[in-house]
Design a protein around this ligand. Structure first.
Ligand code: CTP
Length: 400
């Protein structure tokens, strides 16, 4: 039940808005108090009068009401336990991602203090468009939760992904959010992610192709399940603005070592997903190295193995590593699991299609220290993150 939970429902202008009458009824039936904010475009699909009757509350469509009084969006944000925006159109999504505040719906969104849940709805090609995908990623990185669009018949007559999740699914998510005991509440988790850059001179470095996406997705998922998360992130272009994650930006393997070790002791879960350089230049030239007539030799020395050090210092932490391999995946991952004193290792291939660095998908196997191997399908990095985190939760439970 949602007894007395205060929910602001934002509706943007897509055909799926017609489902919001049913959505409001369901929310109210489950005990929620609902206040509705519509975009102007949404009023073409569902009337404010219908929503007002069903929610038993006033409905907002503009910055000022009919008597020219200011609709205080900040007060609405303070009132709410959650803001749900359903449907989220491509246009509204772009405004959320870009900071455009041209309607009361956007002002309420940008003022919102509590959890924001977004249920996108678009036509087939729109939902697949790279800009839309990028915007979904961006708004998720702000800590918003996305209820993905479902597959089925779309308003255009096309079949495919893009339908707004059914009101029943949305309400089930909200009920789950409010009632479930977040399994990681009170737990601390540390993730390191991204590449490292090892300076050669003031302008050059040795780096690698890691994007940091997998580690960021892990940090987001841990935070979504209630953990207090610290993310040590190498030089990745990803932007993160999640109030539940403390972000430490580093560049070199040495900085990553310092930051990871300094935050290690107090953690329950530690995941090293970073692609740490194994070698660094012995000396960093203070001046830009000038071009020589012939080649030059660069002397490299080993960096510290962060994960191996964590393994040595391990107390009660559940320590998780990654193994990125081109060959003999399971064999090599098993060696790393043992040699670095890990609880779990996530093995992935650097050469399998859809796996490894850069892309948005990954195919993993998880090996635990009791020699159990679990294989997973090719999935988006967000889904892979969810699989890993759930595996860790079950693993910790099974130890008790
Ligand atoms: N790792 C680390 N510090 C390093 C190198 C690796 O903490 N200097 C961690 C990675 O974050 C990952 C795990 O060790 O969790 C395995 O990394 P990987 O690059 O697959 O293996 P390496 O141990 O570096 O061995 P190799 O490169 O020979 O496969």
């Amino acid at each position: 039940m949602l007894s007395n939970k205060k929910i602001v429902l934002g509706i943007s202008g897509g055909i799926a808005a017609y489902k919001c009458a049913h959505l409001v009824r369901l929310l109210v039936k489950n005990g929620a108090q609902v206040k509705v904010v519509l975009s102007q475009a949404a009023t073409q699909f569902v009337t404010p009068q219908t929503l007002s009757v069903l929610s038993k509350n006033e409905v907002w469509t503009d910055f000022f009401d009919a008597s020219h009084n200011w609709n205080n969006h900040v007060a609405l944000s303070e009132w709410a336990d959650m803001m749900l925006v359903a449907p989220v159109t491509a246009n509204t999504l772009a405004k959320m991602a870009g900071g455009q505040c041209d309607a009361i719906l956007m002002a309420v969104y940008f003022s919102m203090r509590s959890k924001v849940v977004l249920a996108p709805a678009m036509d087939l090609e729109m939902y697949q468009h790279p800009t839309v995908k990028q915007n979904i990623e961006k708004v998720s990185s702000f800590g918003n939760h996305i209820i993905p669009a479902e597959s089925g018949e779309l308003a255009s007559g096309l079949l495919g992904e893009g339908r707004m999740a059914e009101p029943e699914t949305i309400v089930a998510f909200i009920k789950n959010y409010f009632t479930k005991d977040l399994p990681l509440l009170g737990k601390s988790a540390l993730v390191n992610a991204g590449p490292t850059y090892e300076a050669i001179d003031p302008v050059r470095f040795i780096g690698n192709r890691s994007s940091g996406k997998m580690g960021v997705a892990l940090a987001q998922h841990l935070a979504a399940l209630g953990a207090k998360v610290t993310l040590v992130l190498g030089p990745s272009s990803l932007k993160l603005n999640n109030k539940h994650i403390s972000l430490i930006r580093v560049e070199s393997s040495e900085q990553m070592y310092e930051a990871t070790l300094a935050n290690y002791k107090q953690q329950d879960i530690v995941i090293c997903s970073a692609a740490v350089a194994d070698y660094k230049p012995k000396q960093i030239s203070e001046e830009k190295i000038k071009k020589q007539e012939f080649g030059i030799d660069l002397e490299l020395v080993k960096t510290q193995d962060i994960l191996a050090e964590l393994g040595k210092q391990k107390e009660n932490q559940c320590l998780v590593g990654f193994a990125l391999e081109t060959h003999n995946l399971i064999e090599n991952a098993t060696k790393k699991l043992k040699n670095k004193n890990l609880d779990l290792i996530v093995a992935n291939s650097a050469i399998d299609e859809g796996s490894g660095f850069g892309g948005n998908t990954n195919k993993i196997s998880i090996l635990n220290k009791h020699n159990k191997i679990t294989h997973f399908e090719l999935k988006s990095k967000e889904e892979v993150a969810a699989d890993i985190v759930h595996y860790i939760i079950d693993f910790i439970k099974s130890k008790k």
